[in-house]
Design a protein around this ligand. Structure first.
Ligand SMILES: [Mg+2]
Length: 479
């Protein structure tokens, strides 16, 4: 049987990574987001179209945007927009800014230091905007190019950097609200959707294992229907359609409010999406517009910890569901596949880089020791057997030039390592030697994370994901 021959050995880029131990057997319901979770889009194609729609809208309002082009390499998920200075930032896990661009230009090291040495990114305030999903790329690319226009005094109105961002948001929402983009995708899903036959199979396994399956999406009904039918029905057993997989479908969920508030439920009464009020308690088996997480728990008589929610939005899908409702969480991070591949291809250089870094650390330590010996010698504090000053200074010169040679060897390797993933910004999960701000969000809010939902197929609905204990620096030095 095909089922027995299923390949269980997947490459590292398709593995499930675990931050907090999760036993799938104790999960009674699995909720799924749709866009970029159950349905994966060609990011570049989608964002390019979104950019075109924004441009058209801006042009109609008199903006000189003709020359602007979406540049997929100029931005990545997990970056942060600084509304005060009109910059785009990459921060490390502590919120310190490690890379920044103003408009389309990267800030050099000294400017970066001068601007941000005392700044810690804090998303709670109004100054910073976090790029949570792959849908944010066109927005950030547009914003940075409009900053160039603003600086060149070419915008139709005089605006601050923060007002400029509001304009971009308004235009982006208008593009979405008008539904032009989505209408295009519904008309030609084959151009935009990357099909994955294993996703419906993974969900089928979960359903057969007795888990309740929930679809909870912010997308509207007509769009959800078109996308799910396109991406799922062809891979399901004969006579089954996507709706048969789910015990509950909620569209227009308005996450994150879905997890926070008590929005009313409306029932989708027919295929055209006619809304009908819900009389009494909402019941499983229906398709709803709106609603809230608390009612979903009571509908299935489940506690938060018995529900796993799988989504790609670092805030709307996993942060609030975990922090407010205590649902278990899985984050879909598609970029992992490319980044893990890039890291693997770099592994030989990486070993070299570590060896050279260790040499540099030893050389720096030697240099510090020599500096102290010279200081002691000059102040008459050196022991009797100490070398004379000239010999010590010779040693210091040699050590310094040795360090320079090491730096020269290190530079190209460090440069190559820093531009893995994205030439400008580096890896999504890393910031130099440290974890990126995005990675910290993943670590804190996602119990597990993986590149795509179909990776669950290889793990089965009975998997036990165990977290490795994370090590403090003093513990790491002992391993
Ligand atoms: Mg999504």
């Amino acid at each position: 049987m095909a089922r027995r021959s299923r390949k269980v050995d997947v490459g590292p880029e398709r593995k499930i990574f675990c931050n907090r131990t999760l036993n799938l057997r104790s999960i009674k319901a699995v909720g799924y987001d749709m866009d970029y979770t159950l349905i994966h889009y060609h990011v570049e194609k989608w964002e390019r179209r979104s950019f075109v729609h924004m441009k058209r809208k801006l042009a109609s309002q008199g903006w000189p945007v003709d020359e602007l082009r979406f540049d997929p390499k100029a931005v990545q998920r997990g970056l942060i927009i600084d509304l005060e200075l009109g910059n785009i930032l990459k921060a490390n896990q502590f919120g310190y800014v490690k890379h920044a661009s103003h408009g389309s230009r990267m800030l050099d090291f000294d400017t970066l230091k001068q601007t941000y040495a005392e700044t810690v990114v804090d998303l709670a305030g109004p100054r910073f905007v976090f790029l949570n999903t792959l849908f944010s790329l066109s927005e950030a690319s547009m914003y940075s190019q409009l900053v160039d226009l603003l600086d060149a005094d070419k915008t139709p109105q005089r605006l601050g950097y923060s007002d400029l961002y509001r304009e971009v948001k308004m235009v982006l929402d208008a593009a979405h609200v008008e539904g032009r983009l989505k209408a295009e995708i519904v008309a030609h899903p084959e151009r935009f959707v990357e099909l994955d036959p294993e996703i419906p199979k993974a969900l089928l396994d979960q359903k057969r294992a007795g888990k309740k399956l929930l679809l909870i999406t912010n997308s509207e009904w007509s769009y959800t229907l078109a996308m799910m039918a396109y991406a799922f029905d062809r891979y399901l057993p004969k006579g089954m359609i996507w709706r048969d997989l789910f015990d509950l479908v909620i569209v227009a969920a308005r996450k994150p409010e879905f997890f926070l508030g008590e929005q009313p439920f409306f029932e989708i009464a027919n295929e055209e999406g006619l809304l009908a009020p819900v009389v009494g308690q909402p019941k499983p088996g229906s398709i709803f517009h709106g609603g809230h997480a608390g009612a979903v728990e009571s509908m299935f008589d489940l506690r938060g910890s018995q529900i796993l929610y799988v989504g790609d939005h670092a805030y709307g899908d996993v942060h609030v569901s975990k922090n407010i409702r205590r649902w278990r969480t899985a984050l879909v991070v598609r970029e992992l596949e490319e980044e893990i591949g890039a890291e693997e291809r770099f592994s030989m250089e990486h070993i070299q880089l570590i060896a050279l870094m260790n040499k540099k650390i030893a050389a720096e330590r030697e240099l510090s020791q020599l500096r102290l010996r010279i200081q002691n010698k000059k102040q008459g504090l050196a022991p009797a057997q100490e070398l004379n000053l000239r010999a010590l200074e010779n040693k210091l010169r040699k050590a310094r030039s040795g360090l320079l040679v090491l730096d020269e060897q290190l530079a190209p390797l460090a440069q190559a390592s820093g531009s893995l993933g994205n030439e400008r910004w580096g890896m999504l999960m890393a910031s130099g030697n440290d974890m990126s701000y995005f990675a910290r969000q993943v670590l804190r809010h996602a119990d597990i994370y993986t590149s795509r939902v179909s990776n669950l197929l290889h793990e089965t609905p009975f998997a036990f994901f165990r977290a490795h204990r994370s090590l403090m620096p003093h513990e790491r030095s002992l391993t």
